[in-house]
Design a protein around this ligand. Structure first.
Ligand code: ZN
Length: 231
């Protein structure tokens, strides 16, 4: 079997995501970029709590399914667009954790100024507007959102995180769910104490904060220049 070790890792993190109750048995998907232009991605329509390595699909970054017997995730295009938007990223985790998803279905934002770990790991999560699950519109919206953030709240849907490793992307989902829960509980308790401005800037994560040159941005600038030339 090709990419045995890496597919085992993807399957392991998918089972862990389900076991940690961060997604439902059919919800969520995980991918890993290997060899620069291949993604290993969880399948569609199978029980995520029992996923094994041989069920992890192999897809080229141009969208070709190299394991035709496996049905890739319906969000495969979203994963591909994220890797194109963020060339520094090697792993993508998408899930539907209950507390984060409640914020995604609310006007309220997750507060990452309450606990040091939240700010250090997450910075400030981005929010992507609603689009139908599995649609090219959702893929484009999320690709834009990750250009400036490592975690994204998908309005009325769930969350997505990126990382240089599967563990880092998984950690960001877990910390985001914790931050959402802490935001809710401190609101219920009342009298919340936020970190000060100086304490927050000390914690600001460095990694992934710089604006990468990305395909979407280049296309936008090229189109603007062309429009200007035509005018
Ligand atoms: Zn989803």
């Amino acid at each position: 079997m090709e990419y045995t070790k890496e597919r085992e890792e993807v399957a392991y993190f998918m089972r862990r995501l389900y076991e940690r109750r961060l997604t439902t048995c059919y919800g969520g998907n995980i991918s890993l970029l290997v060899d620069g232009d291949i993604i290993l991605i969880t399948p569609s329509g199978l029980d995520k709590g029992r996923i094994e390595a041989e069920q992890i699909g192999i897809i080229s970054l141009s969208g070709e399914n190299l394991t035709p017997s496996l049905k890739p995730s319906i969000e495969t295009e979203m994963h591909i667009r994220v890797y194109r938007s963020r060339p520094d990223v090697r792993a993508v985790v998408h899930a539907h954790p209950v507390v984060c998803s409640s914020f995604a279905a609310s006007e309220k934002e997750i507060n990452t100024s309450l606990i040091a770990e939240s700010r250090a790991v997450l910075g400030k999560p981005a929010r992507a507007p609603y689009a139908f699950m599995g649609s090219p519109e959702l893929a484009a919206i999320v690709a834009r959102a990750v250009a400036g953030a490592n975690t994204v709240l998908l309005t009325n849907h769930g969350v997505l995180s990126i990382g240089q490793t599967l563990l880092q992307a998984f950690d960001r989902i877990e910390v985001l769910e914790a931050a959402a829960t802490i935001t809710l509980i401190t609101h219920l308790l009342g009298g919340k104490r936020e970190l000060t401005g100086a304490q927050l800037s000390e914690l600001e994560p460095q990694e992934g904060r710089s604006l990468e040159i990305n395909e979407e941005l280049v296309q936008l600038i090229t189109q603007a220049v062309l429009n200007n030339l035509k005018a």
